[in-house]
Design a binder for this molecule. Structure first.
Ligand SMILES: *Cc1c(COP(=O)(O)O)cnc(C)c1O
Ligand code: SF4
Length: 337
């Protein structure tokens, strides 16, 4: 894959991009050419203390200069609104701690389990429902991995293992290969699914070693990328998706419906069309999970349904994502209507 060349002229493989993220809000604002007064800046720093700022440079380069309402900037820039009291919002809205039998494993649905392979992400999305999840206590050790493999092997109702996080592709190829080879011998597991934002924000992550690992897998590999706005996608993404398709990986996308970012039919229609042209099928359009600090991203359910109906008139049925929300304690995601 052709490496990313940043605006500053540096050529970067994925490891260097991942270890050279923007973490200082001042730097992000300078790149985006947004002036900020010091009172506002104080709130930004407070919000960062709660949930760190992390932004890949290639993502920051796509923010429109001087536009404080840029849809990419709004996804990553901490805001004073995160500090507002939020009745009805929780630090664990999905009840994940209760469904966490082994550190690193979340088992909520009958046929599939979720393994949090990594606590880290390449990008910290301010609306993320995992922003308060106790990752430190859920770090995967070798012992836990063995326990998880045993749990999966002993539970024949399972047919799919979902690798999530954090971002499961933020770990090394060696770690991924090791885990997949453990799962390879479990006959009832037929699919392995990655929920990841890395191929969107650092497409160079789809390197040859990873592609070889996928094409050698006995189980079907599915990658569910996470994109919220067509401006996030570029030719680097297209190349990465084409390489995955060539290696028989099934590609899906999930989007979170976010106020002032993608809450209009034109943006979502364009996103579906753009994804399809890259070989990715829209899967879910999520209503926001009510996590503390994310109230300002919420779209009322009634408006979401109106938006979703508009998508149906503009897109073929196969490009309309399912509108869902997650309700703690349910045996699947809940279709909104
Ligand atoms: C969302 C989720 C899944 C996957 O649900 P699908 O409807 O199969 O995409 C599995 N486990 C957990 C804990 C989840 O939150
Ligand atoms: S990449 Fe996914 S898990 Fe990570 S912060 Fe963003 S939404 Fe959350």
């Amino acid at each position: 894959m052709i490496p990313y060349v940043s605006l500053s002229g540096q050529t970067n493989d994925w490891q260097s991009q991942l270890s050279n993220l923007i973490t200082d809000p001042k730097e992000l604002l300078a790149i985006a050419e947004i002036p900020t007064d010091s009172r506002e800046y104080h709130a930004i720093e407070q919000a960062c203390a709660d949930f760190q700022l992390r932004v890949p440079r290639a993502f920051a380069d796509k923010i429109e200069k001087g536009n404080a309402n840029d849809p990419l900037l709004l996804q990553v820039l901490p805001s004073a609104q995160e500090l507002l009291a939020s009745p009805g919002y929780s630090t664990d809205p999905l009840g994940e701690e209760a469904a966490n039998p082994i550190p690193g494993l979340i088992h909520k649905y009958e046929s599939r389990v979720l393994v949090t392979l990594s606590g880290q992400c390449a990008i910290n999305c301010r609306y993320c429902f995992r922003r308060h999840f106790p990752y430190a206590e859920n770090r995967l050790t070798r012992d836990h991995l063995q326990e998880i493999t045993a749990y999966v092997a002993n539970n024949t109702a399972l047919n799919e293992v979902i690798l999530s996080g954090g971002d499961p592709l933020s770990v090394s190829n060696t770690q991924i290969r090791r885990f997949l080879s453990e799962l390879a011998s479990i006959q009832h597991i037929t699919r392995i699914r990655f929920h990841t934002r890395l191929p969107v924000v650092i497409p160079e992550r789809i390197d040859q070693t990873l592609l070889d690992t996928f094409s050698n897998s006995r189980q079907k590999i599915i990658i569910v990328v996470h994109t919220n706005h067509p401006n996030e996608l570029d030719e680097r993404f297209d190349r990465a998706m084409a390489q995955l398709t060539n290696n028989r990986v099934t590609l899906l996308n999930q989007t979170v419906l976010l106020k002032n970012i993608n809450d209009n039919p034109e943006t979502l229609t364009k996103l579906s069309e753009r994804l399809f042209s890259a070989g990715v099928m829209p899967y879910y359009l999520h209503l926001l999970d009510k996590v503390v600090g994310a109230t300002h991203f919420e779209i009322p359910e009634h408006d979401a349904i109106g938006l979703h109906r508009a998508l149906q008139t503009q897109l073929p049925g196969f490009l309309v994502p399912k509108l869902v929300r997650e309700i703690a304690g349910k045996s699947s995601k809940t279709w909104v209507y």
